[in-house]
Design a protein around this ligand. Sequence first.
Ligand code: S3P
Length: 172
Amino acid sequence: VSTPAQTETIVLVGLMGAGKTTIGRRVATRLDLPFVDADVEIERAAGCTISEIFTRHGEPAFRDGERRVIKRLLQGPPCVLATGGGAFMDTQTRILVRQHARSVWLRCALPVLARRLSGRQGRPLLAQGDHKTILAALQAVRHPIYAEADIIVDCGDDSVDTSARRVLEALE
Ligand code: S3P
């Protein structure tokens, strides 16, 4: 049974550690679409890492760059697009996602996220203190907005394979 051609971009949203990149890669392979990581594209465009953007220019400058990069990607050919955890919080980005793509929230419980992110570097928002406290605060603000995604997939602590399969089933 062949998978029907996917003509629309799939945008993955959710908190840091939810698996947007790993699950996204798997989904892209299955759909025969290119995989694009918005964070990588932002770093490429800026010529430095996300942490460096935050330290040198501040979060608002990062968010501006993020919005521009995602807009460009959404206007390009279909792909599976993993976005940084804050991207979908931007109203303009959400409007564009609604116009150009289908959005999937990878919902994941806080203890799982905290465990996966423990000891990881390169996420400036987590550099300020205890991961669980920071994630709980982000969750409170972001979950109601992530809930506006077209599709919600509960990832629990499932394998990449299982979560990718759930996403593909939901997209059918
Ligand atoms: C952020 C998440 C990160 C990255 C930046 C800010 C956020 O991406 O965009 O550090 O605001 O949640 P991941 O969700 O891919 O870790």
